[in-house]
Design a protein around this ligand. Structure first.
Ligand code: 4NP
Length: 162
């Protein structure tokens, strides 16, 4: 039986298109939470609607696969006002995503809204570089960043961390 006194964490990863950074973050987090044996509600979304229904960018899928994670079944969706009560924490990839999210944040929102890299010592305030327009190796850097965020999240939500 699920222990309802300890609600599972609900975390949404947010970027612009929901085909590069946030699906990589979702994939890294799914893998990290599964390794730790912690149940969590994990999802990702974009502030924009251009790629709604699309799978992650092929380069993002390839990078995730290279790191042992399959993200091919993810589909892009757009951030909605309901996400601000459904999730405890919304982690934006960069300042622009944060700004756009604040613009649709409804009254009564309960989710905490932060930058992904705020979770990493010495990286607060930094954005995760958008690899979409760059070379394929940008996706490796993105994975390194979002995987570190995933590991930090697991530490934060581990029962032993109190
Ligand atoms: P993402 O990258 O926000 O990390 O998914 C982008 C994907 C698509 C576009 C921009 C950024 N686009 O302009 O279509």
């Amino acid at each position: 039986m699920l222990d309802d006194t300890k609600k599972r964490p609900a975390i949404l990863f947010l970027c612009l298109g929901n085909i590069c950074r946030s699906p990589l973050a979702e994939g890294a987090a799914r893998a990290a939470f599964a390794r730790a044996g912690i149940e969590a509600l994990l999802d990702s979304a974009g502030t924009g609607d251009w790629h709604v229904g699309h799978p992650p960018d092929a380069r993002a899928q390839a990078e995730a696969r290279r790191r042992g994670t399959d993200i091919s079944d993810l589909r892009a969706r757009q951030l909605s006002p309901g996400d601000f009560t459904r999730f405890d924490l919304i982690l934006a990839a960069d300042e622009s995503n944060l700004h756009d999210a604040r613009a649709i944040r409804p009254a009564g929102a309960t989710a905490e809204l932060r930058l992904m890299l705020d979770l990493l010592p010495g990286r607060a305030g930094e954005g995760v570089t958008d690899p979409y327009y760059g070379e394929a190796d940008g996706f490796a850097t993105t994975w390194d960043d979002v995987d570190a965020v995933a590991v930090a999240l697991v530490a934060e939500f581990s029962p032993s961390s109190g």
